[in-house]
Design a protein around this ligand. Structure first.
Ligand code: SF4
Length: 430
């Protein structure tokens, strides 16, 4: 293990993010008293700028679920949902959310969440999204607006896809916001918000791509999930979001200039031994333990698909204030959950090459069919195309029953040993 414990400290960006999240939950707590409207919606395909233009506050059930996982609350919530008849096979984000609701809907910061005024279902590729909001619809007396986003079957966004989504924004989603808030659609306000989004997106991409350097100044998976937080949740299109990404970028620029490695929960990693690409969401119930299995071995994740679940900005997409509704459509169409297997494989292949990875690891989570389906095919195709060996582990998002620490650690260690032997063999042959 090669870390410098004296480097454990809270960076300004971490403190900033903590404050932003805390303020957001406090605003939610006050929402009823202040007459502000609340919309529940999902991370992939979220229309944050549009919501902000109507001054509504978003609640993202997946974020509540993962936060409950990190706070060791999800096991109890899942048990509660199973008591109400939800099968063991259902996505555990859903069961965690339903369990939380049945136990009083107290959010991750210990504050009760307000009920939704609108359920905004952006349907980007995962069928579970639809079933999830059908369940919430039974619990809440509020309207549902559905945005149906066509799957990118051939890996392209066609004009008729975009037109179809824009038409729904005009005829379904915007009228639903107008109805709920009593405000009219304000395109100038939306444009202003989209301008802020694009600025923050530039800085996020810079941060993610800093991992192309050797050594990488960031871990683009375990650290990456913190970096994407504001962008993928409530802060895209806001001044706070812009400030967060500017601050984060400044910190990473300094790390890069100093030749420093990523910060881990135990300090700075100062010896990068393996560069990995990771496919699949992380486990949240044992997040730190999981991360430690990598950094203890000097393994740094240089790129990951999960940090693209709320948008593939690193492939060039930016929200464009000149085309406000079209850009929202393109954003929804381009989310990772809306991509077919060939596109996902091509993306991972590009990451392995562009980030000069020694290996790639698939974390197949039991809950999420949207990610897990086809992962063995992805594994085989990536090995064939790149010659880089892949590893495969299994866990879950927020169900602690499916995190077998000894088994996962054993697999990671064996995989990294195999990479080491391969490297030694290549050096011997040279
Ligand atoms: S199945 Fe996967 S993508 Fe779908 S809601 Fe659950 S975690 Fe999200």
């Amino acid at each position: 293990m090669s870390k410098r414990p004296e480097a454990v400290r809270k960076e300004e960006s971490m403190l900033l993010q903590k404050r932003m999240i805390g303020d957001h939950y406090e605003a939610l707590e006050r929402a009823r008293d202040e007459g502000r409207k609340v919309v529940y919606t999902f991370v992939p395909g979220n229309l944050t700028e549009l919501m902000r233009s109507f001054d509504v506050l978003p609640v993202l059930p997946e974020i509540n679920a993962l936060q409950s996982g990190m706070r060791k609350l999800s096991g109890g919530y899942i048990a509660e949902a199973e008591k109400h008849g939800h099968s063991e096979d259902v996505c555990t984000y859903v069961k965690c959310d339903i369990g939380m609701l049945k136990k009083g809907n107290v959010g991750p910061t210990g504050k009760k969440l307000p009920e939704p005024d609108l359920l905004l279902l952006s349907y980007t590729g995962c069928f579970t999204f639809m079933k999830w909001f059908e369940l919430l619809r039974q619990e809440y007396d509020c309207p549902v607006a559905m945005l149906h986003v066509p799957y990118q079957a051939d890996g392209k966004i066609h004009d008729h896809h975009r037109d179809y989504v824009v038409e729904q924004l005009k005829s379904e989603v915007i009228p639903a916001f107008e109805q709920v808030t009593g405000r009219s659609y304000d395109e100038e306000r939306l444009r202003a918000s989209l301008t802020l989004s694009a600025s923050a997106e530039d800085d996020l991409v810079w941060v993610l791509e800093s991992a192309k350097n050797v050594p990488s100044p960031i871990d683009a998976y375990f650290g990456g999930v913190y970096y994407i937080g504001p962008m993928f949740t409530a802060f895209r299109g806001t001044e706070e979001g812009v400030e967060y990404y500017r601050t984060l970028r400044g910190e990473i620029e300094q790390r890069l200039a100093g030749g420093q490695g990523p910060i881990t929960p135990e300090g700075e990693l100062d010896e990068e031994r393996y560069r990995l690409v990771v496919e699949g969401p992380p486990n949240w119930t044992s997040f730190r333990e999981f991360w430690k299995m990598f950094y203890d071995e000097g393994a740094v994740v240089v790129a990951s698909s999960y940090t693209k679940v709320g948008g593939l900005y690193d492939r060039g997409f930016r929200h464009d204030p000149e085309r406000p509704l079209e850009t929202l459509a393109d954003y929804c169409l381009g989310c990772y959950t809306n991509l077919g297997l060939p596109s996902r494989t091509a993306l991972l292949e590009a990451y392995i090459r562009e980030y000069r990875a020694d290996g790639f690891m698939i974390n197949s989570v039991k809950s999420c069919n949207s990610f897990s389906v086809g992962q063995l095919l992805i594994l085989r195709q990536l090995e064939e195309r790149t010659g880089v060996p892949g590893g495969f582990i299994e866990s879950d998002l927020v169900d602690p029953r499916y995190f077998s620490a000894a088994n996962i650690k054993n697999r990671i260690e064996s995989y990294l040993q195999m990479l080491e032997q391969k490297r030694a063999g290549a050096a011997g042959a040279a």
